[in-house]
Write a protein that binds this ligand. Structure first.
Ligand code: SF4
Length: 495
């Protein structure tokens, strides 16, 4: 996907029980998941004390002669890492530096570090409360609020499980967290709705245990996946494996359905399926739902990378040739949706090369994963028209996004969403396509293999799994329909 959608974050944590340094595992776990956040990265290890390194941009390549220096700076047999795209707090350089994770909170007796993927909807209310105890917050980020809240509970309760349980009850939103305590324990937990992914794995010899946002973080380390953490569950690594503790039960499951269409890597596994298999099904669904339009196309073309698997499915369903007529410039790696708006247009234009001899004079079925603002799809269509495409029909695997996200994807206003104002026909007109064909919500749900009531579908239905998000969305929708334009993320301006 090349569109201006902004992503959340990725986390990784590891503990070795044979006194081997875990930094290399964390490093590769993050490298495999760098698609989840480009703005900053960081590592935290524990050996007698906490050791932290945070910086902006992608996880760097490390030269052979630099490895020992990194191991010296980040010693320890337990640690966590983070890659981040900001969905709370400022986006200027200073805010990005301050908001880089992992976050560490320490008091005289206790200390805890966390890496966090998600977004806290009641961040500001909690922050005001916590400020009475910790007056100086270093940034506006929700990760610092969670970390301090957890520390406060640990100081009061002296027990990780009851402290995490209190956090699960008082924080509203999405949070998949990997953490390390000052006792050198690796732990991880998920919010009671289980909105973001988080899984556990181990090395073949059962000496190293790890947690990762996506399974690819385990794969790259040669670890096998043990299980996906349940909503409301806390896990703590031990030399005998993970100790699992179901702290909160009975909340509605609400796994983010956008993970399937865009965020997760195609070779990651969610449930029992690889993400690419689900995307292929998306393509087959589109072929069935819009057979008349799809079968008349001369060629199918995908917007790499996330459109590729669905394009294959559409090709299988319709028999129309999938022409690899769009190629990505391999080393132009920025994901457009995590760029600042002024940078997007040129980056999108630079990233994709369209092979004109393959498309000139043809009717093209373009497969794309989603339309958020519409500006990036428009750039692609303009490029296709310039190269001589006769007709351009756009097939979108994710249903029309009509409502903002409160849970860690930075599409946090109605105003920025083209689908909040316009239907498919008007969108086609605005982006220069002949037609825009969205996969149905039911088709999407079926392909995931999950039940509809186990998924978050907030951004395509306007129905959210948590009450404050629903209230804020409803209030803002009413204003938006009367012509009001949000000046910032709903959960920040309405706080
Ligand atoms: S609102 Fe949409 S993007 Fe946000 S968590 Fe729910 S499904 Fe995912």
């Amino acid at each position: 996907m090349l569109k201006p959608l902004k992503e959340a974050c990725g986390v990784f944590g590891a503990q070795n029980f044979e006194h081997k340094p875990v930094f290399p595992h964390i490093y590769w776990g993050l490298r495999a998941q760098n698609h989840r956040g480009h703005q900053s990265h960081g590592f935290l290890t524990f050996h007698n004390n906490f050791h932290v390194h945070r910086d902006l941009d992608l996880v760097p390549k490390i030269k052979k002669e630099e490895i020992q220096g990194w191991l010296n700076r980040l010693p320890g047999y337990v640690g966590i890492g983070s890659i981040r795209y900001t969905t709370s707090g400022g986006t200027d350089e200073q805010s990005l530096v301050k908001g880089a994770q992992p976050i560490l909170a320490q008091s005289e007796k206790r200390g805890v570090g966390i890496s966090f993927n998600g977004n806290i909807v009641n961040n500001f209310g909690l922050k005001r409360e916590l400020e009475k105890r910790f007056p100086s917050f270093s940034c506006e980020c929700d990760a610092e609020v969670i970390c301090r809240k957890l520390l406060m509970e640990l100081v009061e309760n002296d027990d990780l499980a009851s402290s995490v349980r209190t956090c699960m009850k008082e924080l509203e939103g999405a949070f998949s967290i990997a953490g390390v305590t000052q006792n050198g324990e690796l732990f991880a937990f998920k919010d009671p709705h289980g909105i973001r992914p988080l899984c556990c794995g181990c090395s073949e010899d059962r000496k190293t245990y790890a947690v990762s946002s996506e399974t690819v973080g385990l794969d790259i380390n040669g670890f096998e996946q043990c299980f996906e953490i349940n909503p409301g569950e806390l896990v703590i690594a031990s030399k005998d494996g993970f100790v699992r503790n179901q702290l909160v039960r009975g909340e509605k499951k609400a796994f983010c359905c956008f993970e399937f269409a865009y965020f997760s890597r195609p070779d990651s596994t969610i449930g029992n399926k690889h993400v690419y298999e689900i995307r292929e099904d998306f393509g087959r669904n589109l072929g069935r739902e819009y057979s008349e339009i799809a079968e008349k196309a001369d060629i199918i073309m995908s917007i790499p990378e996330t459109g590729n698997d669905a394009a294959y499915g559409l090709h299988e369903e319709t028999g129309v040739r999938w022409e690899r007529a769009s190629r990505r410039h391999r080393y132009v790696t920025e994901r457009a949706f995590i760029l600042l708006s002024r940078e997007r247009f040129t980056t999108i234009d630079r990233k994709i090369n369209i092979l004109d001899r393959r498309i000139s004079g043809k009717t093209i079925a373009v497969v794309e994963d989603s339309i958020v603002r519409g500006d990036t799809t428009k750039v692609i269509i303009e490029k296709l028209r310039k190269k001589g495409a006769k007709k351009v029909h756009v097939f979108i695997t994710f249903p029309r996004i009509t409502s903002p996200c409160f849970y860690g994807i930075d599409m946090a206003t109605y105003n920025e969403l083209i689908g909040s104002r316009y239907g498919a026909e008007e969108i086609a007109e605005r982006i220069g396509a002949d037609t825009v064909n969205y996969q149905s919500i039911d088709g999407l749900v079926r392909a995931t293999g999950m039940k509809k009531d186990e998924l978050c579908l907030g951004c395509v239905t306007g129905k959210y799994p948590t009450p404050l998000a629903q209230k804020l969305a409803d209030e803002m929708k009413e204003k938006f329909d009367r012509g009001f334009k949000e000046t910032g993320r709903i959960y920040e301006i309405m706080a």
